[in-house]
Design a protein around this ligand. Structure first.
Ligand code: FDA
Length: 584
């Protein structure tokens, strides 16, 4: 007999676990999340928060999204991305990043109602955690997952209450392993992985120091410090990262992975800070030091029966591109509505299989991208002449050579500019953030070929309603003139039908099929003198179907089906489509 029962037990209260719990509670599903520690993230690891993640927060409620912005550093202060020899030293170059280049800014503004920002994990986790608990999640801190066993009806999980040192059993219908990069749940569930753990060693030094005079004129979240002779490990060079402008910082510094993780004392930490900032008598307070390893591993299976894993438990990679927490929260958005519908008996268990089919390719993509981004520092090192020698004096001479009035130096300057510009694949990789297209049984193809991205698919978002893609954002207007995003009409745990003039049959079909299945299917007409108006024509340009066509959108904003125009039997078609998507 279990000590506790719940519908979904979530192991971990990080971005993945807390987002899952928040979404499940919002959808009215009983759930419990546990964490082996007494509180949430104690260091601000993740910070770059992309538009797609902010759309998930927006779906949880405008108040959740707004609170995120309230705690975040805004996009305007994120993007100079400086390469220098020290914060107070010589600047080598910079590139506009994180959607702050005017061209990229336009793409960001056209793509989403939400904005990229810098929201440290120490703020994101409490926001998600509070949202979850205030909406019904039971949370149990100081509770460590030990093992689980599943049978046809559910999962029995053994945990240790770390306050009493007693073991407890929790019986749930489903178990979600959001227990981070050393996931025991993934291991016990027998998930399969590709790649390697521990490819480099890194240390984080969190400190306070007022650096305004060196950085406020070139605001950025990241300052890359290249110091000839410095230990090039971890993510490749010293990184001074803004946590709060411009007085709280995190240094990421490498250590030799072939040696045990160093015990960094206060004196060592202060030296690293002073060297990278370049001010010998800098006043500072060291807040914490921790070590971590760079991994290059992704799960090829993300579920086993009633057990689902997500977040770092399934994609383990360096912080390059800032994709970890973002992808974790997006995993949660993919799984939560499926669990909700299955638990409410509105969908068959087959729907849950689409989680792995849809998210495992994303895991592979982002792990590969993040690790490739590390390699792409190589051309910068090469162009600066840092790879030709290990002698710091020679390395400095090679770097200095770029200032000469010679043909070689001009070539070197070209190579440096080119190598820095190529880092757009790490620092402004909008396509990787936004182009996720799903292929699974929860998506019904319409026979059209997949639209090719007009630009580089890693760098640029390509809006499309091709089934599997995220619904394109367009601003539309209510009768009273209020402006909402097409994404705002969808989501919130419901399927949504979008149509135009001539599509009344789809509206009626949504009502009929929704009633038959006992689920809410939202339905909206967009067109002149309709419920919503497309004054700018942006929606008409984006929707890729005719006025009387239909776009059927899943609760996670992804298009599950579309049809170019009205059919003879809209209710029959929608009935067939919903039965197939919901496996019921
Ligand atoms: P996470 O590790 O955050 O959480 C795991 C949870 O499980 C914790 O609550 C833990 O206590 C709990 N747990 C583990 N084992 C348990 C057990 N046995 N029993 C009970 N509880 C257990 N990402 C990003 O999107 N943008 C960014 O800018 C950055 N930047 C960044 C910088 C640096 C320096 C690092 C190291 C990392 C990043 N990241 C990032 C990555 C990001 O921090 C990471 O991807 C997320 O924290 C992953 O979230 P999860 O919820 O999956 O795991």
């Amino acid at each position: 007999m279990a000590d506790i029962t719940t519908d979904v037990l979530v192991i971990g209260t990080g971005p993945a676990g807390a987002a899952t719990a928040a979404l499940l509670s919002t959808y009215g599903v009983e759930n419990m999340m546990i964490n082996r520690y007494r509180w949430l993230a104690s260091t601000p690891r993740a910070h770059i928060t992309n538009q797609r993640t902010m759309e998930v927060l927006r779906d949880l409620g405008r108040e959740v999204e707004d609170e995120g912005y309230m705690h975040a550093t805004g996009q305007d202060l994120m993007g100079e991305n400086v390469f220098c020899t020290a914060i107070a030293g010589e600047e080598i170059g910079r590139m506009k990043s994180w959607g702050t280049h005017p061209n990229s800014r336009a793409e960001h503004l056209l793509s989403s109602p939400s904005h990229m920002n810098d929201l440290p994990q120490t703020f994101m986790e409490p926001l998600l955690f509070k949202t979850a608990c205030s909406r019904g999640t039971q949370s149990r801190m100081s509770t460590e997952y030990l093992s689980h066993e599943q049978d046809a009806q559910g999962v029995t999980t053994v945990c240790r209450d770390r306050l009493t040192n007693q073991d407890i059993t929790i019986r749930s219908k489903y178990l979600v392993g959001a227990d981070g990069g050393n996931s025991k749940v993934a291991e016990h569930a027998g998930l399969t992985f590709e790649g390697k753990m521990g490819v480099a060693g890194s240390m984080n030094i969190l400190f306070e120091a007022d650096l305004s005079q060196y950085v406020a004129h070139r605001p950025s979240v990241l300052y890359w410090v290249l110091q000839p002779g410095a230990d090039v490990g971890g993510i490749g060079m010293g990184l001074v990262r803004m946590v709060r402008p411009w007085h709280e910082w995190l240094i990421v510094w490498g250590y030799d992975i072939n040696q045990p993780a160093p015990a960094v004392d206060e004196a060592h930490a202060r030296k690293v800070v002073r060297d990278l900032v370049g001010v010998a008598d800098l006043e500072m307070t060291i807040k914490s030091v921790s070590t971590w390893t760079v991994n290059n591993m992704y799960a090829t299976t993300m579920a086993n029966g009633r057990v689902f894993c997500m977040g770092d438990a399934t994609h383990r990679h360096p912080p390059s591109n800032g994709l970890g927490s973002n992808t974790s929260i997006q995993d949660a958005f993919n799984l939560a509505w499926k669990l909700a519908l299955v638990l409410k008996d509105k969908a068959g268990p087959g729907l849950l299989e689409s989680y792995e089919a849809e998210r495992a390719p994303v895991a592979k993509q982002i792990v590969t991208r993040a690790n490739k981004s590390i390699e792409e520092f190589g051309p910068i090192f090469k162009a600066l002449g840092l790879l030709d020698s290990i002698d710091p004096v020679k390395m400095q001479q090679n770097m200095d050579a770029r200032c000469n009035d010679t043909a070689d130096a001009e070539e070197q300057r070209v190579a440096i500019r080119k190598a820095i510009a190529h880092k757009v694949y790490e620092f402004d990789c909008h396509g990787v953030e936004m182009n996720q297209r799903y292929r699974s049984d929860a998506v019904i193809a319409d026979g059209q070929p997949e639209p090719v991205c007009a630009g580089d698919a890693e760098l640029h978002y390509q809006p499309t309603t091709w089934p599997g893609a995220r619904l394109p954002h367009a601003w539309i207007f209510s009768g009273s003139g209020a402006k909402v995003s097409t994404l705002d009409l969808t989501g919130h745990g419901r399927f949504t039908v979008l149509t135009g003039i001539g599509g009344q049959g789809w509206i009626d079909a949504a009502r009929i099929v929704g009633k038959e299945r006992g689920i809410e299917i939202e339905a909206h007409v967009i067109g002149p003198r309709q419920q919503w108006q497309d004054f700018t024509g942006d929606w008409a340009n984006a929707r890729e179907v005719r006025d009387s066509g239909i776009i059927l959108v899943r609760p996670d904003h992804h298009v599950s089906w579309r049809r170019d125009s009205i059919s003879d039997d809209p209710a029959g078609e929608l009935r067939r489509v919903m039965a197939s998507i919901l496996d019921k």
